[in-house]
Design a protein around this ligand. Structure first.
Ligand code: UDP
Length: 342
C-alpha cells in the first residue's frame, strides 16, 4: 500500500510511519519541521520504501503528484499545542483550514479518490462537560472573546471539508477525533502535560499543575492510537465516518501529577500555577474530557494494549536515559584532557 503522511515527522505521524513501514508499505512523509523532527524518522532513513520531503502543506509543489500516488493519506499537518495556538493564531487558521482544503482539492482534481484520514480533535466538543462525549453530540465554540478557540474552529472546519468532499466528490474520509494522545516522542515545549510532568519528576523539580488540578483528561498511548486508526481505515473502506479515538479512563490533572511522582519515585512537590500565569489573559481551560468509545469499539473491536501506568513508566525510562546521555556528554566536554587520557 502507498501511504502519504502529512505532518509525518511529528509525534503521531512518525508512529504511523513506523507502523506502515514495519508492515512493508511504502511511505511518503511531508513535514515543514515546524514542530516535527527529522530525528523522529531517523530509523527509516535507509529504507528504500521511505521518502521524505521538507515542505509547507500550503505551498508544497509535489502535493498533487503525491496525492495521486497514495492509496491512503493521513492528514496530520497542523499547528498544534496550546502554546503555539496562543502564539500563532493566524497561522493556526491558515495552516489547519487551508492546508486541509488544499489536500482535498488535490485528491478531487486527480480523480483517483484515495482514502483520507483526517486528524480532528476532542477540542471540537468545546466546553461540553457530559460524562462521555459522543460523536453525535453537538459541537461547541465558546462565546468568550479570544483566540483560544481558533484551533477548535479550524478542526470543525476540517471535519466539514472532509464531509463535503466525501458527499460531493466521493472521497472517503475517516475523521478521527483524538483525545489527549501521549507517548514517546511527544515534547512538552508546546504545552502538553504528560511530557512536562515526566521531565519535572525525573529532575525532582516541582510539578506545575495549572489551576486547582481538578480538570480531567483521558490519555491514550500513541501506539494504541495508530493501531486504532489503521483498523478504522480498513473497516471504513469507501465509507465516511467520524470517530473518537482515545482511551476512556478519566483522571484529574492533580491525580496525574501524583501518579507521575509515584511511578518515578520522585522527590518532586506539586506547585499550583494560576491559569492566567500559565496561559495569559483570556484563556479558558477545558474542565472535563472523556470520550465515548462505543463507535470505535463497534467498528473495530479495538482493545488498548497500554495502560496509563505503562506509558508513564516508558516515558520515565526514556527521559532518564536522555538525562544520563546529556550528563555523559557534558562530562566528556568539560573533563580536562589529562583526565580523559587516563
Ligand atoms: N497542564 C498542567 N501543567 C502543565 C501543562 C498542562 O496542569 O505543565 C494542564 C492544562 O491546563 C490542561 C491539562 O493539563 O488542563 C492538559 O493539557 P494539555 O495541553 O496536555 O492538553 P489539552 O488541554 O489540550 O487537553
Amino acid at each position: 500500500m502507498h501511504v502519504l503522511i502529512t505532518g509525518g515527522a511529528g509525534f503521531i505521524g512518525s508512529h504511523l510511519a513506523d507502523l506502515h513501514l514495519g508492515r512493508g508499505d511504502q511511505v511518503h512523509v511531508v513535514d515543514d519541521l515546524s514542530t516535527g523532527l527529522r530525528a523522529n524518522l531517523a530509523q527509516h532513513e535507509d529504507n528504500p520504501d521511505f521518502r521524505f520531503d521538507e515542505a509547507d502543506i500550503l505551498t508544497w509543489d509535489k502535493l498533487e503528484r503525491a496525492v495521486g500516488w497514495a492509496d491512503r493519506i493521513y492528514h496530520l499537518a497542523a499547528v498544534v499545542g496550546v502554546y503555539r495556538v496562543i502564539a500563532e493564531p493566524t497561522k493556526v487558521l491558515a495552516t489547519n483550514i487551508a492546508g486541509c482544503e488544499r489536500l482535498l482539492r488535490a485528491a478531487q482534481a486527480g480523480g483517483w479518490k484515495p482514502q483520507v484520514v483526517l486528524a480532528s480533535s476532542s477540542e471540537v466538543y468545546g466546553h461540553n462537560e457530559e460524562d462521555v462525549l459522543r460523536e453525535d453530540q453537538d459541537l461547541s465554540v465558546s462565546t468568550r472573546v479570544g483566540t483560544r478557540w481558533g484551533y477548535s474552529v479550524s478542526k470543525i472546519a476540517d471535519e466539514a471539508f472532509g464531509l463535503a468532499y466525501a458527499q460531493r466528490f466521493g472521497i472517503p474520509a475517516v475523521i478521527a477525533r483524538f483525545f489527549n494522545t501521549i507517548g514517546p516522542r511527544q515534547v512538552g515545549r508546546y504545552g502538553m502535560v504528560v511530557p512536562r510532568f515526566v521531565a519535572q519528576a525525573v529532575r525532582n523539580e516541582p510539578i506545575t499543575v495549572f489551576g486547582g488540578g481538578q480538570q480531567t483528561r483521558s490519555f491514550c498511548d500513541v501506539r494504541d492510537t495508530v493501531e486504532a486508526l489503521d483498523l478504522l481505515a480498513w473497516r471504513a473502506g469507501r465509507n465516511t465516518l467520524v470517530v473518537n479515538v482515545g482511551n476512556d479512563r478519566e483522571i484529574s490533572i492533580l491525580e496525574l501529577a501524583e501518579l507521575v511522582i509515584e511511578r518515578a519515585q520522585s522527590r518532586s512537590t506539586i506547585k499550583h500555577v494560576p491559569l492566567r500565569e500559565a496561559y495569559g489573559e483570556d484563556f479558558e481551560d477545558i474542565r472535563r474530557r472523556r470520550p465515548s468509545l462505543a463507535r470505535l469499539r463497534a467498528l473495530t473491536g479495538f482493545e488498548h494494549r497500554y495502560t496509563l501506568e505503562r506509558t508513564i513508566d516508558d516515558l520515565i525510562a526514556i527521559e532518564r536515559a536522555r538525562l544520563n546521555e546529556a550528563r555523559d556528554g557534558y562530562c566528556t566536554l568539560v573533563r580536562p584532557e589529562s583526565e580523559r587520557a587516563a
